[in-house]
Ligand binder design. Structure first.
Ligand code: GLP
Length: 235
């Protein structure tokens, strides 16, 4: 059973997610956190930045990165993490895929190896409007580990708001696979706003199907979903 917490707004959602980070660090100092990007986790990162949590013995592993973007490109997820979290809360090591890797197969192998070396204690997730997690689009096999993904037109449209225009949105990304995500001991997924309501309903009430990648979380033993009222409106 997935646990559901309904909050009044994103800020309260971020504070709720924050307590999961706090709890992990209360158990041990060397936690392996799986981190996410997008607009959804920003309130969580704000709550973490405002806290006295210390990540200097912990590692972070991010879900995904656009293929082709340099780490200092303002829309890269490397840049996002630096700007919103790492500059304020440094980790012992922070890992993201390298969007500019020359050899794609070795980049994928590198990411799988570091995930094997750092089994995740807590994975933070957002959800795409089509039910994607990380960049695992509908139709992605549930067993995949790290892989290169061709983004769907609807995802490119949804993310175009961050770029000058749609043509600048990368067509490909590296993403942890669903198989990698499911290995995390604990998972929290946040969704805010009415645009996520259908994906949230499909995730929680629909069949477990590759058509809604997030529905696979029904099979994980320790998932908490944090929703505002708009994201929960179709439940
Ligand atoms: C992006 C990311 C996901 C994120 C999702 C939702 O494409 N790869 O990790 O959860 O889409 O983004 P947002 O939080 O901005 O709605």
């Amino acid at each position: 059973m997935m646990k559901i917490i309904i909050v009044k707004d994103e800020k309260q959602g971020g504070q709720t997610a924050y307590t999961f980070f706090e709890n992990e660090l209360a158990k041990k100092s060397n936690v392996a956190f799986g981190l996410a990007t997008g607009s959804t986790p920003l309130s969580t990162y704000r709550a973490i930045v405002a806290s006295d949590l210390d990540f200097s013995n912990s590692v972070s592993v991010n879900l995904d990165e656009y293929v082709g973007l340099a780490t200092d490109h303002p829309q890269s997820y490397n840049y996002y993490m630096q700007k919103n979290l790492f500059q304020f809360k440094p980790f012992k090591h922070s890992y993201l895929p390298n969007g500019q890797a020359v050899d794609e197969q070795s980049e994928i192998a590198r990411y799988d190896a570091l995930l094997a070396e750092h089994p995740l204690d807590l994975q933070l997730l957002g959800i795409g409007r089509n039910g994607h997690i990380g960049f695992n689009e509908p139709g992605t096999s549930f067993t995949l580990k790290t892989h290169k993904v061709e983004l769907m037109a609807s995802t490119i449209d949804a993310n175009a708001r961050f770029f000058k225009n749609k043509d600048e949105v990368p067509r490909y990304a590296y993403s942890m696979g669903i198989g990698s995500i499911l290995k995390s001991k604990k998972i929290i997924l946040e969704a805010f706003g009415a645009a996520k309501a259908q994906a949230v309903k499909d995730m929680l009430e629909g069949p477990v199907s590759e058509q809604c990648p997030a529905s696979v979380l029904q099979k994980h033993p320790d998932v908490t979903v944090i929703l505002d009222e708009a994201a929960a409106e179709k439940l």
